[in-house]
Design a protein around this ligand. Structure first.
Ligand code: LLP
Length: 422
């Protein structure tokens, strides 16, 4: 459920007409609905009422401070993967006690900063990382609360580039090696390894892989406890998918996911952490773009937009499907055409959709690329020296730019011509 609907024949974000935003700031731009962000957060949180669960929003999904602040006001904690993301979470007032730090390559500097900040949990992904964290914590007279991220060797049945739970993936420590790592952690100063962490991938549309991974974690906890380890916390990561194709592919509801969690790990008496990202932000954002040209080739028709792969890389990187809507609602009997929807970037991989049936469009028309709130703006670049795409947030009948489009002057000033070329 989201708050992007046609009203009076025009696509709106909540109570704001999309063409009004386009007129004010130009295109392309991302537009977020704060009501949708809040709603998705609540649906997920409500699913876990009665379970000892906390929600640490995965900041990488959409790290605009306006988005993170909106969720912080709802009570969200944060899952961060870099010092930059940690600083974003802190900047909007998320207390360190609600922050967990994930990632395979935390540097010494990042871990030192996180320790000094007093974050709640380090999700440790390798033995060298554990040793370094111990040294850094002990040197400061601190104790790092650690969850060992285990790799359960489970196929998440999602796109290969976003599957993280197989033995061949770089993530986590083999579940077979985990007992030895907990034993080592017990001997290390500055480490309290009282948690276990798992995250097998993103955009999972079936509960079975989750259930297999969580059951493996439950078995491991029993084994670890039998070996004398006090395991009190489970971090089950994120990964629950969202519908990208309207009503045709509805993934399991958070209520079903929560029931499965209870079934697999509920008896262990552990506190639970979740790191949802896409589920909260995905359908809370759209990318709005203007048609530059409609071009009829020998083989097919192209709709050339002013948004491109540098603004939304998901279609070309993950073969992702994003619904595309005309901002002016097409009449039921409107002429249709099949388009490759592309951008101006000089690469054949620059497309937002291929072979897509849409109402016939022409230069100047606005389109909305739906479900673009997760892994959209955060993965944008300035390739082809295109200004970084701006972001807007809507609340009711007001909208505000939450990241402005940089000027060409500002972009060019980032580079420095070396003195020997003066
Ligand atoms: N926790 C960890 C440790 C993660 O690596 C991720 C996502 C999440 C939580 C949040 O997962 P979510 O609930 O959003 O599925 N750029 C890709 C997705 C990359 C996911 C990376 N990790 C895409 O556009 O599909």
């Amino acid at each position: 459920m989201h708050h992007f609907d046609y009203r009076g024949g025009v696509l709106h974000a909540e109570d704001v007409a999309i063409p009004d935003i386009a007129a004010a700031i130009g295109t392309p731009f991302y537009c977020y609905s704060s009501a949708t962000l809040e709603r998705h957060y609540r649906v997920f949180a409500d699913a876990f009422k009665g379970q000892p669960a906390r929600i640490c929003y995965s900041v990488k999904t959409n790290s605009n401070l306006a988005v993170v602040a909106t969720l912080a006001r709802q009570g969200a904690g944060a899952d961060v993967v870099s010092e930059g993301e940690l600083r974003r979470a802190l900047a909007v007032g998320i207390p360190p006690e609600k922050i967990v730090f994930s990632g395979v390559g935390k540097t010494e500097g990042e871990m030192a900063f996180a320790l000094e900040t007093g974050i709640d949990q380090f999700n440790v992904e390798s033995e060298p990382e554990l040793e370094l964290l111990s040294a850094l914590a002990a040197a400061r007279g601190l104790t790092a609360r650690v969850a060992i991220r285990v790799n359960p060797d489970v196929d998440a049945k999602t796109h290969e580039k976003i599957a993280t739970g197989k033995a061949e993936n770089k993530f986590g420590i083999s579940w077979k090696r985990a007992p030895a790592v907990y034993a080592r952690a017990k001997d290390l100063p500055g480490i309290e390894a009282s948690g276990i962490d798992v995250h097998i991938g993103s955009q999972l549309t079936d509960l079975a892989p989750f259930e297999a991974a969580f059951a493996r974690v439950a078995g491991m906890i029993e084994e670890l406890r039998a070996a004398g380890h006090q395991i009190a916390h489970i971090d089950l990561g994120g990964g629950l998918g969202i519908p990208y194709r309207g009503d045709n592919d509805i993934p399991p509801h958070p209520d079903e996911y929560a029931a499965m969690v209870k079934r697999t790990v509920g008896h262990l008496g552990c506190s639970l952490t979740f790191e949802p990202g896409r589920l909260i932000a995905g359908n809370a954002g759209i990318l709005v773009s203007r048609v530059i040209y409609e071009k009829r080739g020998d083989d097919r028709a192209f709709l050339i937009l002013d948004a491109a792969m540098n603004d939304l890389i998901r279609p070309t990187l993950y073969d992702a499907f994003h619904e595309i809507r005309a901002v002016a609602e097409p009449a039921g009997d409107a002429e249709q055409a099949v388009y490759d929807v592309v951008g101006p970037v000089c690469e054949t991989g620059d497309f937002l959709a291929r072979g897509r049936r849409l109402p016939r469009l022409q230069s100047g028309d606005l389109v909305a690329i739906m479900s673009a709130g997760a892994y959209g703006a955060v993965q944008a670049s300035t390739y082809n020296t295109r200004p970084l795409v701006p972001e807007v947030m809507v609340r009711g009948d007001i909208f505000q730019e939450v990241r402005a489009r940089p000027s060409y002057d500002a972009m060019l000033k980032q580079d420095i011509i070396p003195s020997w070329l003066d």
